[in-house]
Design a protein around this ligand. Structure first.
Ligand code: HEC
Length: 191
């Protein structure tokens, strides 16, 4: 193929413009994603704490099962984005990562192993998804002491029985404080 100088000049001009646009756009989209995650995480935490206070961890499992997907769907509909949680070790198979999320989750583990604090680990990228330009963002979720009641190594027999009944394929146990439990994941259409 022969490449004409005008074509090269045009390509350079176009790519340059795209890069400048992307820099500004990506910062705004990261900011908006972090805000959305803050309110999503806040809503989840509120439900969890009130359910645990009312009926202990066994009752809270039932609430989590219903409330977590509902809160995610509400947060997604509100913004016209996809907002969810995923993990390398799943409790609910409906939260399974897609190929892009899987690669990012593995990258998070590598970064943590290299000494990064999970609280600051995130990743943003523009991708083409189903033929559409899409902004994707993931933020690691660290394991806190409260999480270990249902995701840790010392789960009580009552909690284990309740989890077994609802999630027969549960892999989300054995986490220790400071481990990456999973990640929030956002996809925004970015035409
Ligand atoms: C009362 C028990 C309970 C506690 C405490 C709890 N979780 Fe969960 N967690 C669940 C249940 C049940 C699900 C499955 C929800 C669903 O069906 O979508 C879940 C799912 C998740 C998921 C989605 C990925 C997956 O495996 O399906 C993440 C991420 C997660 N929990 C993180 C946390 C973190 C972080 C904490 C502490 C702040 C925490 N959990 C505390 C019960 C709990």
């Amino acid at each position: 193929m022969r490449i004409f100088p005008t074509a090269i000049a045009m390509a350079v001009a176009l790519c340059g413009a795209t890069a400048a646009f992307a820099d500004e756009d990506i910062a705004a989209r990261i900011g908006a994603s972090r805000e959305a995650i803050k309110s999503f995480a806040g809503a989840l935490q509120e439900q969890l704490v009130s359910a645990m206070t009312a009926g202990g961890p066994t009752a809270a499992i039932e609430v989590c099962k219903i409330a977590a997907p509902d809160i995610a769907a509400e947060a997604s509909d509100e913004r016209g984005w996809h907002i969810g949680r995923t993990s390398l070790k799943l409790r609910n198979p409906a939260n399974a990562p897609d190929a892009w999320e899987l690669a990012v989750l593995r990258g998070f583990e590598t970064r943590k192993a290299a000494g990064e604090d999970p609280a600051g680990i995130d990743h943003a990228e523009f991708v083409v998804r189903d033929g559409q330009r899409t902004f994707r963002y993931m933020k690691a979720i660290g394991t806190q002491p409260v999480c270990t009641m249902c995701h840790g190594t010392g789960i009580t027999p009552e909690v284990a029985a309740a989890l077994d009944a609802l999630y027969p394929e549960d892999q989300a146990r054995g986490f220790e404080v400071g481990d990456i439990r999973g990640a929030f994941s956002i996809a925004q259409p970015a035409p």
